[in-house]
Ligand binder design. Structure first.
Ligand SMILES: [Cu+2]
Length: 328
């Protein structure tokens, strides 16, 4: 296969995966003899980003075509860091041991991490049909760099996301699949829901996701019909929200609005987040919240609308924010 064809294939794949406008004229040019086309355009963006860590967005890669950032969690290897499971498959069952390493640019397992949201590494596990979400904190063997944790695994393919910041490097979210043996029956598509029940709690979601814009999401927690006003901090906030895109499980950044000790953020019933999604379509949101010493998870499926045209007034969206999304 000739190099131009490889590069074109790479760009087409990027366009298909991320649905973004493709500037073929600029991106296809002289390339070196890299074994895959991925070396060319993506690598330049990484270099430009190196050393400009801002503490919060390092797991989103710049798109060489538009300068926008890719979501995290789609790649097993990024910026020289690679997520490697000790075993690529597991038996089904409760408390199944799972172990992995993050290898660094020198090829050795990373043993030094910065604490973010009170932990050195956050592991999100969800079956690819959005069943069985778990947000856990593995234990690091600082001698070997091996992380271990027990997961409750049902048959099927699970996506594992490691969200971490190796000391001296950018924050990253790497993703890999874990095959779990057994009789797999995929769940049907989740219907859209804005109210989720977990134990005696009900959580409602207000706010609309819009492609290419920051959306304010307000999650309100009630217990037995009474608003909960004494939520407990969990990972430095009154809630921790994970958003995954339907189809490819892109792991999206969600920023909590306020912290427990900032003097203005109340311990419920409302917990506010800002989420930016890159494209229209369905998203799966998982809210972890803590009350009476127990962490529970409320799960939602919501649709993101297309970018709002610039001639339509909106208080959550501006032409400047949506102008880059020519693909929509
Ligand atoms: Cu965590």
């Amino acid at each position: 296969m000739s190099t131009p064809i490889k590069v074109t294939g790479f760009l087409a794949a990027i366009a298909a995966i991320f649905g973004l406008a493709l500037l073929v004229g600029r991106a296809v040019g002289p390339v070196d003899d890299a074994p895959t086309g991925a070396h060319d355009t993506a690598h330049e963006g990484k270099k430009a980003e190196a050393g400009e860590h801002d503490g919060g967005h390092g797991d989103e890669s710049p798109n060489p075509s538009t300068g926008e950032e890719f979501p995290g969690g789609l790649m097993v290897s990024q910026n020289g860091y690679t997520l490697a499971l000790t075993e690529p498959s597991s038996a089904a069952g409760r408390d199944r041991p799972v172990a992995f390493t993050i290898t660094g640019p020198d090829g050795n397992p990373v043993t030094s991490y910065d604490v973010e949201h009170e932990k050195q590494l956050h592991l999100i596990a969800v079956r690819r049909d959005f069943t069985g979400f778990q947000h856990v904190h593995p234990v690091l063997d600082e001698k070997t760099g091996v992380w271990s944790i027990d997961l409750d695994l049902t048959p099927g393919t699970w996506r594992l996301f490691a969200d971490f910041k190796a000391t001296g490097a950018d924050a990253l979210t790497l993703g890999t699949d874990l095959a779990v043996d057994g009789d797999y029956r995929p769940a049907g598509p989740a219907p859209e829901n804005r109210t989720a029940s977990v134990d005696d709690y009900e959580v409602t979601l207000e706010g609309d996701l819009t492609a290419g814009a920051d959306a304010k999401l307000t999650l309100s927690v009630t217990k037995d019909g009474t608003p909960v006003t004494d939520l407990q901090p969990y990972l430095g906030a009154y809630g921790h929200l994970v958003a995954l895109r339907d189809g490819d499980l892109a792991y999206l950044h969600v920023h909590p609005d306020g912290e427990p000790d900032d003097g203005t953020t109340k311990p419920g019933p409302d917990v506010v987040f800002y989420a930016a999604v890159p494209s229209a379509g369905a998203y799966h949101l998982y809210l972890d919240f803590q009350h009476n010493g127990v962490v529970r998870t409320a799960a939602f499926t919501v649709s993101a609308g297309d970018s709002i045209p610039s001639d339509t007034p909106s208080d959550t969206n501006t032409p400047a924010e949506t102008g880059g999304h020519a693909g929509h």
